[in-house]
Design a protein around this ligand. Structure first.
Ligand code: GLU
Length: 323
């Protein structure tokens, strides 16, 4: 009988920050980045940076380089990622498309996904969702013969997207979040069968994030709480792939002084804009650390000592500019 003995390295936590380079890094995303890094480092683990640049429309040219620059300026040096490399390279999603395609094939071979010819407009019309609400997919293509769906899409001049088949009879997916506590969602009823590969052949966020977090051995996902509603879908993908989900921690937003969400005002609250206004990296680090209940102990890796996500206040934080 042979046993595989995990090395001490295998047992250490692996956290990650996975930003979409759609604009300048702002105070809210810097706070998320810092929280994920501190949590991994506090336990002697590694912090991975992955660039989620799948969406060509949203990824602004030069945005990735500017974002990496802002992180470095803050003193947030990743252990693995762009420019540094590591065992899970490449660390930009656009370079990982073959892995998503192979995963889709794997899911197809098991009947876990099916092709769909519906456009966004078709779904809005069929689902009668209230204006502005994300419509629940009504299952239009779910029980059709795949070949017929492909033929229909072709006749309409479209490709097919691929949807993950959710189970109407399954119990709700329960998510235990380090900050937000327990929540649950019956994905079939509340979201419907969701897209894993878009009609343009690009993997959806839901698929890519899970495939990458599994491939990169991520054990802890710290991110903004706007993504909490995506987590049950991701749990279903972990189950389908036979992988263990990570620990989740969804951080509250950072609000502007007027109570508005910071992400929407990233121009004025962007790290680059703060730098230009003369805000020092040390001051901003201090503010971010304090907002996370961490003690500033000089270098960020030193400040990670004793840090615990469980001790972070789960209510939104209000940004206070210096001076
Ligand atoms: N790429 C996502 C974003 O920038 C975050 C993905 C994640 O952390 O799961 O909003």
């Amino acid at each position: 009988m042979q046993y595989t003995v995990a090395s001490a390295m295998d047992l250490l936590p692996r956290g990650r920050f996975a930003p979409t380079p759609s604009g300048a890094l702002h105070v809210g995303s810097a706070r998320t980045a810092l929280a994920s890094a501190l949590s991994a480092w506090s336990a002697g683990g590694r912090w991975v940076l992955r660039v989620e640049d799948l969406d060509a429309v949203r990824a602004a040219p030069g945005a990735t380089a500017a974002m990496l620059d802002d992180l470095r300026w803050l003193g947030l040096d990743w252990d693995e990622g762009p420019g540094v490399g590591g065992p899970s390279a490449p660390y930009a999603q656009r370079e990982r498309a073959p892995l998503y395609a192979a995963t889709l094939d794997w899911l197809r071979a098991r009947g876990l996904v099916y092709p769909c010819a519906c456009s966004r407009r078709d779904i809005e019309l069929a689902s009668q969702a209230p204006h502005g609400a994300e419509p629940v997919y009504p299952g239009t293509c779910r029980d059709l013969a795949p070949d017929a769906v492909v033929a229909r899409a072709r006749s309409l001049g479209r490709g097919v997207s691929w949807r993950f088949r959710t189970d109407p009879e399954a119990p709700p997916v329960v998510v235990r979040d380090l900050l937000r506590g327990v929540s649950s969602q019956q994905v079939h009823r509340e979201v419907g069968d969701f897209v894993v590969m878009r009609a343009d052949g690009v993997a959806s966020y839901q698929l890519a994030v899970v495939v990458d977090d599994v491939a990169m051995d991520i054990t802890e996902v710290v991110r903004g709480d706007d993504l909490l509603a995506s987590t049950p879908r991701q749990v279903l993908l972990y189950e389908a792939l036979g992988a263990a989900p990570p620990a989740w921690a969804h951080l509250p937003l950072v609000l502007g002084g007027d109570g508005e969400r910071l992400a929407k005002r990233s121009g004025s609250m962007g790290i680059a804009a703060l730098r230009e206004r003369g805000v020092s990296a040390g001051w901003l680090r201090g503010w971010l650390l304090e907002s996370l209940g961490a003690r500033d102990q000089g270098a960020l890796r030193a400040s990670a000592e004793g840090f615990s996500l469980a001790a972070v206040d789960a209510s939104p934080v209000v940004w206070r500019a210096p001076g």
